[in-house]
Design a protein. Structure first.
Length: 393
């Protein structure tokens, strides 16, 4: 699980990570300020969720500035709530004030009978509009708050799991998490995947075989499969995911992209990948760390892929080893791990309980246990927060 935007991230020990485990740590005032700033950030996240899910950002982007009454009418929502949200968004510096719709006799004072602030008109500037509404942009971060909302709904189950064992499955997190995941990775697959694979010539050659058969395990909503199908129009693809609603989304996405004739999706555990149809290549995009039994899946992949084929795992580009304090990527991945990926992995038994912070040595151990001979890190850098591994027979 990762966010995708190209945002500046702090270095270990930088401003985002005051203190350290071996020093004195932050003072009370310093730490209170940090936590307060985090709480303000959380409020941004919650209010962005409202604006995303209620269609308010999309309306402001598509139809221009609006008063609270106009926005409510456009989106079928309640004016009083829209007004509070609009004012909060402007105070937070996300929306700007546009020319008022109508002026009362004393400037901004509302006409008689109209509540204060109801005549103010709000605009979504181009920068936030891209981040909040452009699903094709690498800066599209709007889906991330959906993941937080999904987690919020499961907090009681999370507490039970932390106390008593077990977990909270990906399916339990529901549509918000599923759609957040799909939408966060989609722009990277759409814009960057073909070029990235082209930078690994051996891999590109395998995928360019005239009758190539390729599997995408843990394919989610299938955006990776669709991107591969567009990049390699002569190849056939099979996507596998254990989550039925994700497979439904993948089928619809392939259909809409016009590649459904060469792409099939299967609601199945990737450990059951058939070995009787030899594959030229298999991919596992950001899913190996979620799997309760990754060695079973990698073993099935190894059996299915031809010895001269290619197996690629894309997973989080976390540091080689634990170090504290860590940088923002490590903080983000430990966050996802505590609330999403580790509880998901532990929701099935038996489970190795990997979590989001799957370090290169851990993946290498899984690959060797699955019968692969060695693991190579591919020369693909700057692809969101991911590292690409090739597993060699
Ligand atoms: C974090 S999502 C990644 C989805 C997609 N690859 C992407 O990059 O957006 C992990 C996916 O792995 C799937 N998954 C986990 N274990 C699986 C298994 N054993 N077989 C098939 N899919 C699995 C989950 O259902 C989920 O859709």
């Amino acid at each position: 699980m990762s966010t995708t935007a190209q945002v500046p991230l702090s270095e270990p020990g930088g401003p985002g990570t005051p203190g350290g485990p071996t020093g004195e740590g932050p003072g009370a005032e310093e730490f209170a300020e940090r936590l307060f700033a985090s709480a303000l950030g959380a409020l941004d996240v919650f209010s962005v969720y409202l604006g995303d899910r209620l269609g308010w950002y999309r309306s402001l982007a598509a139809d221009g500035p609006a008063t609270s009454a106009e926005l409510a009418a456009r989106t079928g929502t309640q004016e009083r709530y829209a007004r509070e949200w609009l004012e909060g968004q402007a105070v937070a510096g996300i929306l700007t004030l546009a020319a008022p719709a109508a002026r009362g006799p004393e400037g901004d004072a509302p006409p008689s009978g109209v509540p204060g602030g109801a005549t103010r008109r709000y605009a979504l500037p181009p920068g936030p509009a891209e981040v909040l509404t452009d699903e094709h942009s690498l800066a599209y971060v709007a889906p991330l708050p959906r993941l937080f909302a999904a987690v919020g709904r499961t907090f009681d189950e999370l507490l039970d799991a932390y106390r008593d064992g077990g977990g909270v499955s990906w399916g339990r997190l529901g549509a918000d998490a599923r759609e957040a995941q799909a939408d966060l990775n989609r722009p990277w697959f759409e814009h960057e995947l073909a070029g990235a694979l082209g930078r690994a010539p051996d891999l590109h050659a395998v995928l360019s075989r005239p009758t190539a058969r390729v599997a995408d395990v843990g394919c989610g909503a299938g955006w990776s499969t669709v991107a591969l199908a567009r990049a390699y129009p002569q190849a056939r693809f099979d996507g596998y995911d254990i989550d039925g609603p994700s497979v439904d989304m993948a089928r619809a996405n392939a259909q809409a992209a016009g590649v459904a004739d060469r792409v099939a999706f299967h609601a199945a555990d990737a450990a059951t990948l058939p070995a009787d149809v030899p594959l030229d290549a298999a991919f596992a995009f950001e899913c190996t760390h979620d799997m309760p039994r990754p060695v079973e899946v990698l073993s099935a992949v190894r059996r299915a892929v031809l010895p001269d084929g290619a197996v690629v795992v894309m997973d989080e580009a976390v540091a080689e080893e634990f170090a504290a304090p860590g940088d923002d990527v490590e903080r983000l991945m430990y966050g996802f791990s505590q609330f999403v990926c580790l509880p998901d992995g532990l929701s099935s038994s038996p489970s190795v309980g990997t979590g989001t912070v799957m370090r290169p040595a851990t993946l290498e151990r899984y690959a060797l246990d699955a019968g692969f001979e060695r693991v190579e890190v591919l020369p693909i850098e700057g692809f969101s927060f991911f590292r690409f591994y090739r597993l060699h027979h």
